[in-house]
Design a protein around this ligand. Structure first.
Ligand SMILES: *Cc1c(COP(=O)(O)O)cnc(C)c1O
Length: 389
């Protein structure tokens, strides 16, 4: 069950055992800052995967109000969810399997991506069935080695698209690609992929296509690779205030949109030599105080961060002691004071002294993207900021 509230919870001083507080103003401000950074180019805010865990509809609204003219999603279902919520602006959807409900996407005015000539034909025949032109953006594999057409297929794809335009079933509105290593600023593959992409754009134009939207840059490249900006940029993680860079740096100041907090369930004094949590991988080395935090991997807190993940409790940093369990973990707070009910922040805004999603990523050998987007539906979201009203 996902609980979504736009007000502080209920009566009295009830506080949920845990919640993800989503600052919609931070999302708007991050979009505005990124748009300024790219000289006012079009920004496509990427809101796939439930807005990286922040809520797709709420994040999309906040991104629009920060100046995102486009929204980007992986799957058509996500685009249709935005339409059902009342979004009427440009949306690009980019990953599909044969048999996708293209008819619905076309009728809903969602722009579609084609990775191959076979996929383009499937989209064109859906357009023909519903009697509308499908707006299609062609995807080149410029070197990521994942989705999109490699150069030999690109020749077929652009030719099929040119024919589809003449037949009146499709309109090619854009050409795009995706980077492999934009989180490593200055990496030579960025230059190589940019050149391969430009060659692909030239080939599309030579085939008679006139793409208005030419785009390559995700967050890492938006932040640090101006040669990739073309007409539009596609930031995802940065709009949520999480840097894609492993060292936690960002050349554009970003505000963390998600704060994951909980209330302590129990605080107790224990002796030296007590094994803590499953497997007793942590043993107290002195008399100490332990605090029980009621969130776990069932909420998306990574078990890989066992004995490493940081928390902020009463102004002090502490670490997870022992294993992260499904519903809970323990923190050893030494001789610090704490009481059941005290607020504990797992991650949030560095400027408030809180650990960040990137700190948790380092603790769990992963990336900040996975930390925020995995916070599960069992954790209620509470929306704050202008966009929440
Ligand atoms: C997810 C995604 C993005 C956004 O990437 P970030 O690194 O989060 O900015 C952009 N483009 C495509 C194709 C994606 O799949």
């Amino acid at each position: 069950m996902t609980t979504r509230s736009t007000e502080s919870p209920g009566s009295g001083d009830f506080r949920p055992r845990a919640e993800a507080v989503i600052d919609l103003d931070a999302i708007s401000a991050n979009v505005a800052a990124l748009r300024g950074h790219v000289g006012g180019r079009d920004v496509m805010a990427v809101v796939k995967a439930d807005g990286y865990g922040h809520g797709i509809v709420e994040s999309a609204r906040a991104a629009r109000s920060g100046g995102a003219s486009w929204l980007g999603v992986a799957f058509l279902d996500e685009a249709l969810q935005l339409r059902a919520a009342g979004d009427t602006g440009p949306i690009l959807s980019w990953l599909a399997v044969p048999g996708e409900r293209y008819d619905e996407g076309i009728t809903a005015g969602v722009e579609l991506s084609a990775y191959s000539s076979a996929q383009l034909l499937e989209i064109a025949s859906a357009a023909n069935r519903v009697g509308e032109r499908a707006a299609v953006q062609l995807k080149l594999d410029s070197g990521l080695g994942r989705g999109g057409a490699r150069p030999d297929e690109w020749t077929k794809l652009t030719a099929a698209a040119a024919k589809g335009q003449v037949d009146g079933d499709i309109e090619v509105t854009g050409v795009w690609s995706h980077l492999a290593r934009s989180d490593e600023p200055g990496h030579p593959s960025i230059t190589d992929q940019t050149a391969a992409f430009e060659a692909g754009v030239d080939e599309a134009r030579a085939a008679g296509l006139e793409p208005r939207h030419v785009h390559l840059a995700n967050s890492g490249a938006v932040l640090a690779a101006p040669q990739t900006w073309f007409t539009l940029v596609r930031p995802g993680i940065a709009i949520y205030g999480v840097t894609p860079f492993a060292d936690g740096s960002s050349p554009v100041p970003l505000k963390a949109a998600m704060t994951l907090r909980a209330a302590l369930a129990l605080v107790k004094r224990v002796g030296a030599g007590l094994g803590v949590s499953y497997g007793h991988t942590y043993v107290t080395d002195r008399e100490t105080t332990v605090a029980l935090v009621p969130v776990g991997y069932g909420d998306g807190v990574p078990r890989h961060a066992s004995s490493r993940g940081p928390v902020l409790l009463n102004g002090r940093r502490h670490r997870v002691a022992g294993r992260v369990c499904m519903d809970q973990f323990v923190v050893d707070i030494g001789d610090d004071e704490a009481r059941a009910g005290d607020d504990v922040v797992l991650f949030g805004e560095a400027a408030r002294g809180e650990p960040t999603a990137v700190d948790w990523a380092q603790a769990a050998d992963t990336i900040g993207y996975e930390i925020v987007s995995r916070i599960g539906a069992r954790v209620p979201r509470r929306y704050v900021g202008e966009g929440a009203r």
